[in-house]
Design a protein around this ligand. Structure first.
Ligand SMILES: [Zn+2]
Length: 766
């Protein structure tokens, strides 16, 4: 895995610089809103909005049921910003003329118009905003339209801008950054002392797997900002700071710049702000009502049963690197020990150095014939292989870069230049992102994928899908900047690869991270945030299964950095930065971290993955390996829940927690052998509730501690589909026992889980 996570780290490291002054803010009761607000008011029984009558500034956003103001006074109350290609901005406060009036004569729909911007490029520019409330829904629908845009070179439209959310106790920002993360430090990270202008942005489709952001209090009350764009046009979402420790959110629409300039721009979808009451899961549920109606669910490969059965039946993945001897052979050993189907996720099989020599993958580094023989042997034991091929990088120091004239087809930035990306921290060589909108790159990649398939690999892991970029090269023939050309390109690439890889087998395609736009194209998505502590800045973000909560049954999720050894080192990298002992065993004090990562995969419904497996671990790390095999076995046995099921709302679990050491060694070795570590408080029991396609309920539970843990919680028929009356059983790898009964639509669940014990709680109606 290459760039994706490193790009996350860069963004996190910006935030790291911002951490230093965490203020202890006390949050009294939120201010009640005033009964009489000045300006234009738009209201329904749930929401009241106020805009100034002079400039259309957004002054008030009140939840009527809760009697609270969600916006506080702020120096910047501009509802929108236009950003031009030259970086200059156009603001509503610069308009000479503003009108705002109700469009239906009632209080539910408002049209605001700004004009008179004195712009040479667009002297008659008008910006029109429509804000609508349904008669009873707790949501606001927004539209923006730019007319008479003339020669305005528009890069982005920031709208709506929610400037300065009122601070709340336990304030949390949840972001569908791939699988999903949340932070309770957003306000302090974005407003470091002396520079209150931090900013986080996420692109969609891409690292933002779904089109929303959520902000809420420790009571779960808050706001979701989302778009309803079935065409998956390129856009961004941002969270940013401001004067007085402000915390703000916005959507950013990116117009496609066509060959002939249109005289207007309007995003062809609505942006929605909804009140939520139940934190991240409530945001996900609300989003699912829209998202699950879209074509990407109907056309999802898993739901249509188009995913190869070997991939669906995976018991565990071995994520190893290098020659087949270090990858396929250990997988055969693990398969024998597990008694489950094991497949491999194979890096560094290729002839070139990782993150440097792409796309010169072929021939394989151990030679074509040994590679083919090793794969044939693995197949004879039922072991299948996904091999790494980055779907957008080309090394700028490779021979092929010059010989094939690749630069012409690389992504260009607003200035028309290639932005070199350096991922390899040892060789420090630049790579360029190729443009998915060019047939040249798609043909090149599809050709390589077909060659690898013909050597016997079963699938390709297409690194950096799911991500997308804006390209401004007019010679590529696609609209510049925004638009849908990246996903259209990916769709063509996927169908080309599949049509080239036929015969008695079909190819399996995996991508990095996850994303709703890729559900019709990918069989598997690599979901690594279950082991976020190994690579991210400590304590800023925590993983949360947002993507699972919306789309779990639409794709196979797999992956984990979880490892019992220090990371490996590519033999093709410089020897002077190599570790003295690659794959040395990690200290056992990190065993709880290992169990945490594997338990998250299990309770969040992913296929289990073990990185850097060597057969000696079966003896030298026997406890951790039995824990892993226990989870793999249970997951495989209960795929109807944990693979095909729907994730239900979080359990009302009050679990014990403990402070444990966590290793943070990135994904490559060679960093002077130093395991960076820190401590964090983590839950010791993890659990989740699942609904199978047959509408059966199961609860997955894992104790990751070294001691027996007693767990008790109550489930009610009003929140979970438990039987009105029936038996409650716990099924583990060794035993099945009754642990209680459902009575009158209520299940009192009490159980002891031994050290490292996992199980499924099943309900049997009577
Ligand atoms: Zn391009």
């Amino acid at each position: 895995m290459g760039g994706g996570s490193i790009r996350i780290m860069n963004r996190f490291s910006l935030a790291l610089g911002a951490l230093l002054a965490i203020r202890l803010l006390l949050f009294p009761e939120l201010p009640a809103f005033a009964d009489t607000a000045p300006g234009i008011t738009l209201t329904n029984p749930a929401i009241r909005l106020t805009f100034s009558g002079e400039r259309g500034e957004w002054l008030g956003f009140d939840s009527i049921h809760r009697n609270i103001s969600l916006l506080e006074e702020h120096s910047d109350q501009n509802l929108w910003t236009l950003v031009l290609l030259n970086g200059l901005t156009v603001l509503p406060s610069k308009a000479e003329s503003f009108t705002g009036q109700m469009t239906d004569g009632g209080p539910l729909s408002l049209e605001m118009v700004w004009s008179g911007f004195n712009l040479e490029e667009a002297p008659r520019l008008r910006v029109i905003v429509k804000v609508s409330l349904e008669s009873s829904e707790a949501e606001i629908r927004w539209r923006i339209r730019l007319e008479e845009t003339g020669a305005l070179a528009l890069q982005a439209v920031h709208f709506p801008r929610i400037n300065s959310l009122t601070p709340q106790a336990g304030e949390t920002v949840a972001v569908p950054e791939w699988m999903g993360v949340y932070s309770q430090k957003a306000r302090s990270l974005l407003n470091p002392e002396g520079n209150p202008h931090g900013r986080w942005e996420w692109e969609y489709p891409g690292i933002l797997s779904m089109q929303f952001l959520a902000w809420y209090s420790d009571q779960g009350l808050g706001v979701m900002l989302s778009t309803e764009d079935a065409a998956t046009l390129r856009k961004k979402f941002a969270v940013y700071g401001g004067e007085g420790s402000a915390l703000c959110m916005e959507a950013i629409h990116q117009p496609p710049i066509g060959q002939r300039s249109a005289s207007f721009y309007e995003p062809p979808y609505e942006t929605v702000i909804s009140l939520i009451d139940g934190g991240w899961f409530s945001a996900a549920s609300r989003y699912a009502q829209w998202g699950r109606q879209q074509y990407w669910v109907k056309e999802s490969r898993l739901k249509n049963n188009w995913v190869n059965s070997w991939a669906r039946d995976t018991g565990a993945w071995v994520w190893n690197r290098g020659f087949s001897q270090k990858v396929l052979v250990p997988a055969l050993d693990l398969q024998a020990a597990a008694g489950l189907p094991v497949n491999v996720f194979w890096h560094w099989w290729h002839g070139c150095a990782y993150d440097a020599g792409f796309p010169e993958y072929l021939p394989p580094r151990e030679g074509t014939e040994p590679f083919q023989r090793a794969l044939a042997n693995a197949h004879s034991h039922g072991v299948h292989a996904l091999v790494y091929m980055n779907q957008r990088l080309w090394g700028m120091t490779t021979r092929s870069w010059a010989e094939e004239g690749a630069e012409k087809y690389a992504v260009k930035n607003v200035q028309g230049a290639v932005t070199p990306e350096v991922y390899n921290t040892f060789m420090k060589v630049p790579c360029a992102s190729m443009c998915m909108g060019t047939p040249f790159w798609r043909n090149k990649y599809a050709g390589l994928a077909a060659e690898a398939f013909n050597l016997g690999v079963d699938g390709i892991y297409m690194d950096q899908a799911c991500s997308s970029l804006s390209c401004y090269d007019p010679s590529h023939g696609h609209p510049l900047g925004g638009g849908s050309y990246w996903m259209e390109g990916f769709r063509s690439l996927e169908s080309d690869i599949r049509s080239r890889c036929t015969g008695d087998r079909t190819i399996t395609l995996a991508g990095e991270g996850c994303g709703e736009a890729w559900l019709p194209h990918l069989d598997l998505m690599l979901s690594l945030q279950v082991s976020l502590e190994r690579y991210a800045a400590p304590g800023h973000w925590n993983p949360v299964p947002l993507f699972q909560a919306v789309y779990h049954d639409c794709v196979l999720l797999y992956g984990n950095y979880s490892s019992l050894t220090v990371p490996p080192y590519d033999d093709l990298w410089p020897p002077e930065t190599a570790p003295r002992e690659p794959l040395a065993l990690l200290d056992r004090k990190f065993a709880t971290q290992f169990r945490l990562e594997q338990a998250r995969s299990f309770v969040w419904g992913q296929q289990l993955t073990l990185a850097n497996f060597t057969p000696e671990l079966l003896a030298k790390r026997e406890e951790e390996m039995s824990f892993f095999l226990q989870l793999a076995g249970l997951r495989h046995q209960f795929r109807e829940f944990l693979q095909e099921g729907i994730l239900l709302k979080p359990l009302p679990l009050e679990t014990p927690s403990a402070e444990v050491p966590l290793s943070r060694l990135s994904i490559y070795a060679g960093q002077q052998d130093a395991v960076k570590e820190y401590k964090a408080t983590i839950p010791l029991v993890l659990g989740s509730a699942w609904l199978s396609p047959k509408q059966d309920l199961a609860v997955a539970m894992v104790n990751i501690s070294d001691e027996t843990q007693s767990v008790s919680f109550q489930m009610q028929q009003t929140s979970y589909p438990i039987p009105f009356s029936g038996k409650i059983c716990l099924v583990g790898v060794k035993q099945k026992k009754q642990i209680g009964r459902c009575r009158e639509g209520m299940a009192d669940i009490k159980l002891d889980l031994g050290q490292g014990e996992a199980g499924l709680i099943l309900f049997q109606a009577e």
